[in-house]
Write a protein that binds this ligand. Structure first.
Ligand code: OOG
Ligand code: NI
Length: 300
């Protein structure tokens, strides 16, 4: 297991992500021009997220093999009844790597019609495609994220899925593209080190925030606060040759507060283990909606 290879895998994910989501660069540039950071390398990436389809040979049990191979540890399970999703988070092999949030559509819970569409696109995947990958080859893994495992959908199939599950429509088109990366705001200078303060900054530079459940999503223990941008709309071409604007990826912001038992520690002594870890279902439930029409169509 080489960490240089893991660095290459993250690079392969971030290059297309930055092109697809102009807000990434917009935020970074504004952070530099407001002297919040000197350069991009100072940004701490709290976590990244992927979406998958729960059908044989795909889903979390397939996709997670990539990151388990690189030393990630599977942690807590989350269930989203309304959105028909399961999810897990994964702790990194070393603290400077991001956590991973990986979700999966509970395809068996959808209507027969939506199941038929998903199974039609994925029926030819008769073995786990990750098993065919040389996981030690970062270039092959980097290509895998962006390669088509199934045919491009028709606009009719995309729209039929979106009616029932906007998550399903997102994955059938965007596949394993990076869904978001997350800036750790508690690592920033005092004037910007809470989600509330950082949201004010984001709105001052013209970033539109996801308002589902309020702009700030707070965990029950009050120790995990999150906000996110509204996904970038992208011109998508469908199998029938038609084009339509659909949701791409977005950016998230997280504030992990120090556990009460460490509240008297000097600032310099505070590291990752002193702060709230993991995720929160109620927060996540609203963050998923960063790619949903109710958010992306706002102001249109
Ligand atoms: C993931 C939404 C949840 C979080 O940090 O709780 C999430 C997604 O949109 O796929 O990112
Ligand atoms: Ni997230």
């Amino acid at each position: 297991m080489s960490t240089a290879a893991l660095d290459m895998i993250f690079d392969a994910l971030f290059t297309p992500y930055k092109t697809r989501v102009p807000d990434v660069e917009k935020v970074t540039k504004a952070m530099v021009s407001h002297a919040i950071i000197k350069d991009e390398s100072e940004i701490v990436n709290d976590h990244i997220a992927f979406r998958t389809l729960g059908v044989p040979n795909l889903g979390v049990t397939s996709f997670e093999k990539i990151f388990l191979h690189y030393g990630y540890t599977k942690k807590d399970y989350y269930y989203f009844e309304g959105k028909k999703l399961d999810a897990y988070w994964y702790a990194p092999p070393q603290p400077h790597y991001p956590r991973i949030f990986m979700s999966e559509l509970r395809v068996q819970d959808l209507s027969d019609k939506a199941q038929e569409i998903i199974r039609r696109y994925t029926k030819d995947i008769v073995s786990d495609p990750v098993d065919a990958l040389d996981l030690d080859d970062p270039e092959a893994v980097g290509e895998f994220f962006h390669k088509s495992l199934w045919e491009l959908p028709t606009a009719a199939d995309y729209n039929a899925l979106a009616q029932e599950s906007e998550y399903a429509a997102w994955v059938i088109y965007n596949r394993y593209y990076l869904n978001h990366y997350t800036i750790s705001v508690h690592e920033l200078p005092d004037d910007y080190n809470t989600v509330a303060k950082f949201n004010t900054f984001l709105e001052s530079i013209g970033i539109a925030l996801n308002t589902s459940g309020g702009k700030i999503k707070t965990s029950a223990d009050g120790l995990l606060k999150q906000s996110s941008t509204i996904a970038k709309m992208m011109e998508a071409e469908f199998a029938d040759g038609s084009t339509m604007e659909i949701a791409g990826s977005y950016v998230e912001f997280a504030e992990r507060l120090v556990f009460p038992e460490y509240k008297d520690l000097p600032k310099e002594a505070i590291t990752r283990q002193h702060r709230r870890d993991g995720f929160e279902s109620a927060n996540a439930d609203k963050i998923f909606e960063s790619t949903y029409n109710e958010q992306t169509l706002k102001g249109k």
